[in-house]
Design a protein around this ligand. Structure first.
Ligand code: C2E
Ligand code: MG
Ligand code: MG
Ligand code: MG
Length: 289
């Protein structure tokens, strides 16, 4: 009888495995279809200069927008796209959307905001990824500095041979490069010096415990390091005024987070740019008489 149960259990288990494999295959196919159909949109989260709190750019964040209107978070499909290699095509699509948006903004407003795009380490497996990005920018007649490439610390370290030459090419051509999620990986200080980057992006997990004194101490040292390497220091995940002013006092140069602005659909990001360009063209008002 025990044998029978074991036999049944193994049959059941096999069916379960098939079902999991099937579900995986289906997810892969629907992702491939979605890429072919272009079911992806970018939200743009504003970034502000420290102190003046002036809009200085956006981070592009991908969302899978299904035909029925539902939206899927990148956390729920980017890892799968990386596992299957589909991130290469998806990454190209994302860059094309960001470049298209920058072209629209260039037509509407004189000054261009910088758009930071998250790039997966797998995209660097393509040895001419960087060259292709530069060519797309040239074809669109955009300044190279309109795009910033965000790569995570662990990705940069894990694929250094592939990433380094391409980052160098981008950096030398004026595309800004930023080290994302700083403080979550195995932060090698040597690595920070070796990488041709312009920006250090401090992860939300380091910002969240502020204003606890131990968190402030770590951030102070981190900002000092960034400063001495001549980097922009962006803090992400800023959710309160208390955190914002503490980060400014600690030496961060840019702030990003729900407190200052949530990720916005393209139309709302455009409205924000329009408001800023109107404010800039207005004569400054005396604050009191
Ligand atoms: P990330 O690059 O570190 O992006 C920041 C994430 O934190 C975004 O989540 C953003 O919406 C969220 N966030 C911003 N401010 C706050 C805040 O004040 N509080 C909290 N709790 N969260 C905040 P999102 O859009 O869900 O993206 C998650 C991750 O997915 C990104 O982390 C990035 O690693 C990845 N990702 C997003 N877009 C792309 C893309 O186009 N390509 C690739 N390869 N990965 C992407
Ligand atoms: Mg990012
Ligand atoms: Mg980040
Ligand atoms: Mg992060």
């Amino acid at each position: 009888r025990a044998k029978q149960i074991a036999g049944n259990a193994s049959v059941f288990y096999d069916r379960g495995m098939n079902r999991a494999a099937e579900a995986r295959l289906q997810a892969e196919q629907s992702l491939a279809q979605a890429i072919a159909a272009g079911e992806f949109v970018l939200d743009y989260q504003p970034k502000f200069s420290a102190g003046a709190r002036r809009l200085c750019g956006f981070e592009a964040l991908v969302r899978w927008q299904r035909p029925d209107g539902t939206r899927i978070s990148p956390m729920d499909f980017v890892p799968a796209a990386e596992r299957t290699g589909q991130i290469k095509r998806l990454g190209e699509l994302i860059l094309a959307i960001a470049i298209g948006q920058l072209c629209d903004w260039q037509r509407q407003f004189g000054e261009l905001p910088t758009v930071a795009v998250n790039v997966s380490p797998l995209q660097f497996e393509d040895v001419d990824f960087a060259a292709r990005l530069l060519r797309s920018l040239d074809e669109a007649r955009l300044p190279h500095s309109a795009v910033e490439v965000e790569i995570t610390e662990s990705a940069a370290i894990g694929q250094l041979d592939r990433v380094l030459p391409q980052l160098r090419l981008l950096h030398e051509a004026g595309v800004l490069c930023s080290l994302d999620d700083f403080g979550t990986g195995q932060s090698s200080l040597t690595m920070l010096r070796k990488l041709p980057i312009s920006t250090m992006k401090i992860d939300r997990s380091m910002v969240e415990p502020l204003p606890r004194p131990d968190a402030a101490a770590v951030l102070r040292a981190t900002c000092a390091l960034g400063q001495s390497l001549g980097l922009e220091i962006v803090a992400e995940g800023v959710e309160t005024e208390e955190q914002a002013s503490a980060l400014e006092a600690l030496g961060c140069t840019q702030l990003q987070g729900y407190y200052l602005g949530r990720p916005l659909p393209a139309a709302a990001a455009t409205a924000l740019l329009a408001a800023q360009s109107r404010a800039d063209s207005m004569p400054t008002q005396p604050s009191s008489v």
